[in-house]
Design a protein around this ligand. Structure first.
Ligand code: CTP
Ligand code: CA
Length: 225
């Protein structure tokens, strides 16, 4: 956490963080997934705990050690993550959706392993939309004054795309990762700008995921105060 002094500015707060990436099963052995490692969400959870918060970490298919002093709830699919998020958010002061949620899931789940059939091409995989958890959390605001934070990776017109997404989701803050040369999935570093529904933008220079986590909690703490 660098040379930053630890301040217990989140003491007495309950924060919820999602991390990792959902997996959407096709059959008992196969799924649609993504490459999110969960490191940014784990950094957010660890930093919030260090700043005094009670932390619920919703971990989707991660392989990272549990951060000290954090309640870890394991989920796999987007539907499971939605359930866990709505439950944990009921008394939360802030919810941060750092998980990569699959936009689609297979329309059908085959209870038996899908087999090749000689002389036949495979059937196409039909997909359906998953629920938009961030939009739902933003709409519901389970606790009064609750803050909702999203993450987005964008290319091209990063800021304009980020602004549009912030408005569409209805969240208070959106951390926009500038996808570029140094941004690698599974890496320990990040570079971002945090957009606020109040029109603010806070650039975060290229650095460790803990540094971005500190900035996110700074912005949350100010808004909760
Ligand atoms: N998110 C969510 N539920 C979904 C999809 C995304 O809660 N079904 C959340 C992510 O956790 C993230 C934010 O929404 O915090 C933005 O995710 P992103 O994939 O950038 O947004 P989408 O609306 O899916 O836009 P796109 O079509 O660009 O993927
Ligand atoms: Ca998406």
């Amino acid at each position: 956490r660098g040379d930053r002094a630890t301040v217990a500015d989140l003491a007495g707060r309950h924060v919820v963080v999602s991390a990792g990436g959902t997996r959407e099963p096709l059959d008992p052995v196969r799924f649609l997934g993504n490459r999110s490692s969960g490191k940014q969400g784990y950094a957010l959870a660890a930093v919030a705990a260090a700043r005094g918060a009670r932390v619920t970490l919703l971990a989707a298919n991660t392989e990272l050690p549990d951060p000290a002093g954090v309640d870890v709830v394991r989920v796999s699919t987007a539907v499971e993550l939605r359930e866990a998020a709505l439950k944990a958010a009921a008394d939360a002061d802030a919810v941060v959706m750092a998980a990569a949620v699959a936009d689609f899931r297979p329309a059908q789940y085959a209870t038996g392993k899908i087999k090749k059939v000689e002389g036949h091409e495979p059937a196409p995989v039909a997909l359906v939309r998953n629920p938009d958890i961030l939009a739902e959390l933003s709409e519901r605001r389970a606790a009064p004054g609750q803050l909702v934070v999203g993450f987005a990776a964008e290319t091209d017109d990063v800021l304009a795309n980020g602004r549009a997404k912030l408005a569409r989701k209805g969240c208070d803050l959106l951390v926009v990762n500038e996808v570029g040369e140094r941004k690698v999935f599974g890496g320990d570093t990040n570079e971002a700008v945090v957009l606020g529904a109040d029109g603010s933008d806070t650039p975060v220079p290229y650095g460790p995921k803990e540094a971005l986590a500190e900035v996110v909690w700074d912005l949350v703490a100010v808004r909760l105060a």
